[in-house]
Design a protein around this ligand. Structure first.
Ligand SMILES: Nc1ncnc2c1ncn2[C@@H]1O[C@H](COP(=O)(O)OP(=O)(O)O)[C@@H](O)[C@H]1O
Ligand SMILES: [Mg+2]
Length: 242
């Protein structure tokens, strides 16, 4: 079972944001969607997680269509959005318990889940800190922990490391590396080092279209460039003239 995206398209008032995107992502894969601002990464994630309906096309998420059966799809995935949904006036623990209750846990189970995730994501010593007091890195960790409450098979991480300092970014990478292989991870970023450190496969989007796809090694071969930065510059320059 996998993710099979077929001619997925989204237009906003006639302007195309995602343009006939076709792509297959394997179960358990760590896939990085790379692209400049406005490339269509967030829109793609919103379509795949059924937060938005496609204008045309479809995606089959582990057997269920986002068009035909969004309710079934929603049960299998979760998202740490570009702007996190951490409640500023709840503590770390309360944020997690709140989400657990939304997913049907009683008080005891919600607390158990919160404890387990705080442990896994290195948040235990901040259990009683309010959302608004968290650094960017901790807020993002909490956001990902919140997405893990529903035990998704697929998780979307939309630019999780934007604005983080180097230390926080490296800490988050370690957390993502620990998750890698356990569930399917789809990450958007415009940091090339991130892709290099984490991803099994890379898709480069440009103006709504998938312009390149492969492992880092494959993209190196395809472009004749050794450095990821040069690969990216070459591919986006190519996309621009097409
Ligand atoms: N809700 C919306 N209404 C109108 N245009 C939108 C909306 N969401 C995104 N867009 C447009 O779609 C394009 C892709 O945006 P987005 O998916 O956010 O790109 P990225 O996440 O790669 O920066 C942009 O041109 C953006 O302005
Ligand atoms: Mg975005």
């Amino acid at each position: 079972m996998e993710i099979a995206i077929k001619e997925l398209t989204k237009t906003f008032k006639g302007r195309i944001a995602v343009d006939h995107l076709s792509l297959t992502i394997g179960q358990g894969e760590f896939f990085a969607l790379l692209g400049e601002n406005g490339a269509g990464k967030t829109t793609t994630i919103k379509l795949l997680s059924c937060l938005m309906k496609p204008t045309s096309g479809d995606a089959i998420m582990l057997g269920d269509s986002i068009v035909e059966n969004p309710q079934a799809v929603k049960k299998k995935l979760n998202i740490s959005p570009q702007e996190t949904a951490v409640a500023r006036n709840l503590t770390v623990k309360e944020n997690l318990e709140f989400i657990a209750k939304i997913y049907g846990s009683d008080k005891r189970e919600a607390e158990q889940k919160a404890m387990g995730l705080m442990d896994k994501f290195g948040l235990m010593d901040r259990a009683k800190s309010k959302g608004r007091t968290l650094s960017g890195g901790l807020e993002r960790r909490l956001s990902i922990a919140m997405a893990m409450i529903s035990e998704p098979e697929i998780i979307f991480l939309d630019e999780p490391t934007v604005g983080l300092d180097v230390r926080a970014r490296l800490d988050l990478w370690q957390i993502l590396l620990d998750l890698k292989g356990q569930i399917t991870i789809i990450l958007t970023t415009h940091y090339l080092e991130e892709v290099e450190a984490l991803a099994d496969r890379i898709g480069i989007m440009h103006k709504g279209r998938l312009h390149a796809l492969g492992t880092l090694e494959e993209l190196k071969e395809q472009t004749g460039q050794a450095k990821l930065q040069d690969i990216f510059l070459q591919l986006t320059a190519e996309a621009e003239i097409q």
